[in-house]
Write a protein that binds this ligand. Structure first.
Ligand SMILES: N[C@@H](CCC(=O)N[C@@H](CS)C(=O)NCC(=O)O)C(=O)O
Length: 213
């Protein structure tokens, strides 16, 4: 399998965690999101992923975009160990938390959105920071509340799941964007425990071949 990704892309990071959790071998092919005007926009890459976003997974004849679709594909093909463990209720909670981060929060803070705010709408750096602060606070406040109901050692109970796969990269992004995280003790407690897992640690942006200082 080949994974096209970028070291500090949250969606790529999710996919790496899932591949590592399932102990699947893959070749990592970096796509630099800033160099050359953004390599994700180059024709060859757009043929694989017409959205011009990372990640993309290539598995033989199968070419897949969207990190959650990629992870569900891996889950279907390699069901054990499962990223959707537990009862139907727990599996529902896992999916909901994963979507809260991957479908609601991440699209608002993505590179192309930030670039559009700055380059097309001439938003100042302070206004852009206010945008990031606002959307992280909305999302993480609700996430913290949800964790009160469902968390154990990890996001949902004591088993590692797709919700955790999505949480780790989002906290990494928050730290990168200077978001204040003091108001989310449950969320940060889960995050700290997740970082101790070797398959999570190996997926960290700093451990990737395209990592920059
Ligand atoms: N929903 C997509 C999001 C993919 C996405 O937004 N990727 C970002 C990096 S995290 C990207 O490629 N951004 C490039 C750009 O905005 O030009 C997924 O989960 O795969």
């Amino acid at each position: 399998m080949e994974l096209y990704g970028y070291w500090r892309s949250s969606a790529s990071y999710r996919t790496r965690i899932a591949l590592n959790f399932k102990e699947l071998e893959y070749n990592y092919l970096p796509v630099h999101l800033l160099k050359d005007g953004g390599q994700q926009h180059q024709r060859a890459y757009r043929q694989l992923n017409p959205n011009g976003l990372v990640p993309t997974l290539v598995d033989g004849q199968v070419i897949l975009h969207q990190s959650i679709a990629i992870i569900e594909y891996l889950e279907d093909k390699y069901p054990e160990p499962s990223l959707l463990p537990g009862t139907p209720q727990q599996r529902g909670a896992i999916r909901a938390l994963a979507l809260d981060l991957s479908s609601e929060l991440q699209p608002l803070i993505n590179l192309r959105v930030q670039q559009y705010l700055k380059n097309e709408l001439a938003v100042s750096d302070a206004q852009k920071q206010a945008w990031l602060d606002h959307w992280f606070a909305e999302s993480f406040t609700a996430f913290e509340k949800n964790l009160e109901e469902v968390a154990g050692k990890y996001c949902v109970g004591d088993a590692f799941s797709l919700a955790d796969v999505c949480l780790v990269p989002q906290v990494f992004s928050a730290q990168r964007f200077g978001i204040k995280l003091d108001d989310y003790p449950l969320l940060m407690g889960v995050y700290e425990r997740l970082l101790e897992l070797p398959f999570v640690a190996a997926a960290h942006p700093s451990q990737q071949p395209d990592a920059e200082a």
